[in-house]
Design a protein around this ligand. Structure first.
Ligand SMILES: [Zn+2]
Length: 64
């Protein structure tokens, strides 16, 4: 089941799971919007700006 854990297209070498998105590659991006006269919260998310959606960063990146 978990034998292909490293079978992704990750480059070899050190990388660090992105601290901003915890490896998800997406960040929540809630917005308030008025739809049909009702205030609604929309959260489409957006690609993580830290890792550009990859979920990890090259090299060792210590938590800030
Ligand atoms: Zn990220």
């Amino acid at each position: 089941m978990d034998d292909d854990e490293d079978a992704d297209d990750e480059p070899t070498g050190l990388h660090t799971v992105c601290h901003a998105c915890s490896g998800a590659g997406m960040m929540p991006d809630p917005k308030c919007a008025i739809i049909a006269g009702q205030p609604r919260t929309i959260d489409n998310g957006r690609p993580c700006t830290w890792c550009e959606g990859r979920g990890y960063r090259h090299g060792l990146v210590p938590p800030v």
